[in-house]
Write a protein that binds this ligand. Structure first.
Ligand code: UDP
Length: 488
């Protein structure tokens, strides 16, 4: 017997990490504020022996303050018990993908709650076979794009068909109906087929195939070909619905769209942006966790100097310059928002960094990224192409200079340049493995310079996408209608 919409209670299980937490919280907010679902419980999972970053605490506190849905904090997940304390990041992600679904099932069974709908992050759909016996509608939510979902759902087939490592292939890897994937762009979880992470990814994708539907943070006009391929029943046996862009928006109860403990800093940034000319400022941000080495900071500073543009730079330097062992994570207590002139001389920053001091703002804390991108003075975004950043940029009509680093970012950058048309990409020099400042400056000038013909086409496309993104989430738009199917 179907449950009436007014009685639904959805359980939402996100993956940890800001790139998953932010869109999952936004999805929860939209389901409730758009009255698609009357009641939702969000399962947050801290990691044992690890303090949540200030940014993570702030997004969660802002959701608690909004009080739109319940948040249950699960027992901290221990990622070190099976392995030695020096387990690699890949080992830890594999443990997380395996253990988190088990923890979720044990939380459900020990609590006296009656969900009527289960939603899990696409990357932990190992949970779905475990809750199948509840006989409830189950959904997967992918915070990444449809192309990566297509690759994931097709991976069990690739795994049977192909020998050797995907990254060693000469020819691009075919997925029926989709853009082929260059081996060098391959998603990180598929780079080593002998690793446990690869098996966990396949298990997640096989779990997703049990869902009633898969919701994807994209919209039709952004990935028409891939969505058509997914919809034809060839790659996916279950419906795949684009429900994006799901990006951080101000909620009705808390007007602040980004988690910052310091409104003073935010207004300092906004006031500075208000004084700049329209579309004259470049925003630089390489995501929630990546830390830049001294050499990378030097090349970026050189690029900003050569391009001559004003800038806002969300910058997390590696503390030990050469490596990534110790660093300022997003929202560390050590972080701060500073005009460049206020950043104290330190060997964290190369000389080039101080030469551009009067030209911009540097934020070494958590930047209010979605708010910055919305500001009319922003004309371009130097981005690592994390999918949330891409969706925020698309929603604001800002063209991208793609500087992908790892994970799905290379695929995303390729898609934006070769299919979507709202970006240019800069590649590292093969000899130094570094993106050179002069190359980066050329790319920035291309999207910022009003006289650049190729750049004009890219800027126009970015503006067109903004309009299409707004339409997708308008009252009866495609993404809104697709998400409403959850309660039918
Ligand atoms: N973000 C932010 N301030 C920062 C850095 C990142 O608000 O200083 C947000 C950004 O707006 C996006 C998310 O963190 O919503 C990063 O997700 P993305 O998928 O772009 O990259 P990831 O951090 O997962 O690599």
């Amino acid at each position: 017997m179907a449950i009436s919409r007014t009685h639904h209670h959805a359980f939402l299980l996100p993956s940890p990490g800001m790139g998953h937490l932010i869109p999952a919280l936004e999805l929860a907010k939209r389901l409730v504020t758009h009255k698609i679902i009357p009641k939702l419980t969000f399962f947050y999972t801290p990691i044992a022996n690890s303090t949540p970053s200030k940014a993570e605490t702030l997004v969660l506190h802002s959701a608690i303050k909004d009080n739109l849905f319940d948040i249950i904090q699960q027992h901290p997940l221990d990622l070190t018990s099976e392995f030695d304390p020096h387990a690699s990041v890949e080992d830890k992600i594999a443990i997380l993908m395996h253990e988190l679904p088990l923890l979720f099932v044990s939380t459900i069974s020990t609590m006296n709650l009656n969900p009527t709908i289960i939603i899990t992050d696409f990357f932990i759909c190992q949970a779905l076979p475990l809750v199948q016996n509840l006989n409830l509608p189950m959904f997967a939510f992918s915070p990444t794009n449809a192309w990566l979902v297509a690759l994931g759902l097709y991976t069990p087939t690739l795994d049977k068909q192909m020998q050797g490592e995907y990254v060693d292939e000469i020819e691009p890897i075919s997925i029926p109906g989709c853009k082929p994937i260059y081996p060098k762009d391959m998603f990180d979880m598929l780079k080593d087929r002998t690793h446990r992470l690869y098996r966990e990814f396949i298990a997640a994708c096989e779990g997703a195939a049990l869902a009633n539907a898969i919701f994807v943070n994209t919209f039709h006009e952004l990935e028409p070909k891939t969505l058509e391929a997914l919809g034809s029943g060839g790659i996916s046996k279950v419906p795949v619905y684009p429900v994006g862009p799901i990006i951080r928006e101000p909620s009705p109860r808390s007007p602040s769209p980004s988690p910052s403990s310091d409104d003073g800093k935010r207004s300092e940034i906004v006031e500075w942006l208000n004084r700049q000319e329209e579309e004259s400022v470049v925003f630089v941000s390489l995501g929630s966790g990546y830390t830049m080495s001294g050499e990378e900071i030097k090349e970026m500073a050189l690029a900003l100097e050569l391009s001559g543009n004003k800038f806002v730079w969300s910058l997390r330097p590696s503390v030990n310059k050469a490596g990534h062992d110790h660093y300022l994570t997003a929202g560390d207590e050590t972080g701060s928002t500073s005009t460049v002139s206020n950043v104290e001389k330190s060997d964290l920053f190369p000389e080039e960094f101080y030469r551009i001091q009067s030209n911009g703002i540097v934020i070494t804390d958590w930047a209010p990224q979605s708010e910055i991108l919305k500001h009319p003075s922003i004309g371009g975004f130097v981005s690592h192409c994390g999918w949330n950043s891409v969706m925020e940029s698309v929603s604001c009509g800002v063209p991208i200079v793609g500087l992908p680093i790892f994970a799905d970012q290379m695929m995303n950058a390729t898609m934006l340049v070769e299919e979507v048309g709202n970006a240019v990409r800069v590649k590292a020099s093969p000899s130094t493995n570094l993106v050179q400042g002069d190359e980066l400056a050329k790319a920035i000038r291309k999207i910022m310079d009003k006289d650049d013909k190729e750049g004009s086409v890219i800027r126009e496309r970015a503006k067109q996408l903004k309009h299409l993104a707004e339409t997708a989430w308008s009252d009866h738009g495609s993404s809104y209608s697709a998400l409403s199917k959850i309660a039918l």
